[in-house]
Design a binder for this molecule. Structure first.
Ligand code: FBP
Length: 276
């Protein structure tokens, strides 16, 4: 039987490992993370002919110096030569396609594992829970199992905490997002990626309601890039740990410019006007 001392030593190593990996992602306690699972979640509608191949967008994200990049296992494999040694990887291990009938889209299933993430050299693992879905328990239980496995390896977990389901009137309502964030804490997440609630004050209350980092999930493309930068500023003013963004960067006409503005606002307290 394994001795108490050896169990404790493993736990200590795993706790240190998690701190090491978190410090690679949240370098100054904050992070601008590039989310790129859209090829699976949304399919070709999110892309142009020019950026359809994931290597194009992953290459731009790496060149832009995002703090980390969130990819599915397959895209991580197909682009590893681009990000290795440069950008920490977070492997997203759940997903659903938009090809499914709408009622089936309230469930994310496994599309990778914690062990895959370890083998890929990842610094984190991400998974979605649609809080309020009729399938909530499947996703919450799966997330909890992911947490348990990640704890063994010292890998941090990021939850994509999205309120979504027949009883959810607004996925952006402060009380609903606060509840989803609290539930995410309760299932053991280390980082929360969730919806912006519409104002600095309300998002601040969400951020302060849980003792772990809360980050904004980007959302669909805003009318102008400046509008998006104002959202990022508001989120940072709310005391958030940063943003996890995709479309507002890779669908913009100037990837590098928007990326560097987002990173500047997150890390250097810059303002959207600084990028005029
Ligand atoms: P965006 O910044 O493009 O919104 O990316 C964040 C994200 O969570 C992606 O990781 C994911 O593919 C997408 O949004 C899911 O959006 P939705 O479930 O609303 O279609």
């Amino acid at each position: 039987m394994e001795s108490l001392k050896s169990i404790m030593q493993k736990d200590i190593c795993a706790a240190i490992g998690k701190r090491v990996r978190l410090s690679r992602i949240l370098k100054d306690g904050k992070a601008a993370i590039f989310a790129f699972d859209h090829g699976f979640e949304h399919g070709p509608t999110d892309f142009t002919e020019e950026n359809m191949n994931p290597r194009k967008i992953v290459g731009s994200a790496v060149e832009s110096n995002f703090d980390a990049i969130m990819l599915t296992k397959g895209v991580a494999q197909a682009t590893h030569d681009l990000w290795l040694g440069r950008t920490p990887l977070i492997v997203k291990v759940t997903g659903k396609t938009s090809l499914k009938p709408p009622e089936g889209q309230l469930l994310q299933y496994s599309i990778g594992s914690v062990d895959d993430a370890v083998r890929l050299g990842a610094d984190g693992v991400a998974a979605t829970v649609y809080w309020g879905s009729p399938h909530e328990e499947i996703m919450a239980e799966r997330f909890q199992r992911i947490v348990t496995r990640c704890e063994e390896y010292g890998l941090p977990t990021m939850i994509l905490a999205y309120p979504r389901g027949p009883s959810i009137i607004s996925s952006y309502d402060e009380r609903i997002v606060l509840y989803a964030s609290r539930a995410s804490l309760e299932v053991g997440a280390d980082l929360i990626k969730t919806h912006y609630t519409g104002s600095t004050e309300s998002f601040g209350r969400v951020v302060r309601s849980v003792p772990i980092p809360v980050m904004m999930s980007g959302g669909g493309k805003t009318e102008t890039p400046k509008d998006f930068l104002h959202l990022v500023k508001s989120v940072m003013d709310a005391g958030s740990a940063g943003v996890v963004v995709g479309r507002n960067v890779f669908q913009s006409s100037d990837f590098r410019k928007v990326a560097s503005a987002v990173i500047g606002i997150v890390h250097k307290k810059m303002a959207p006007e600084d990028f005029d």
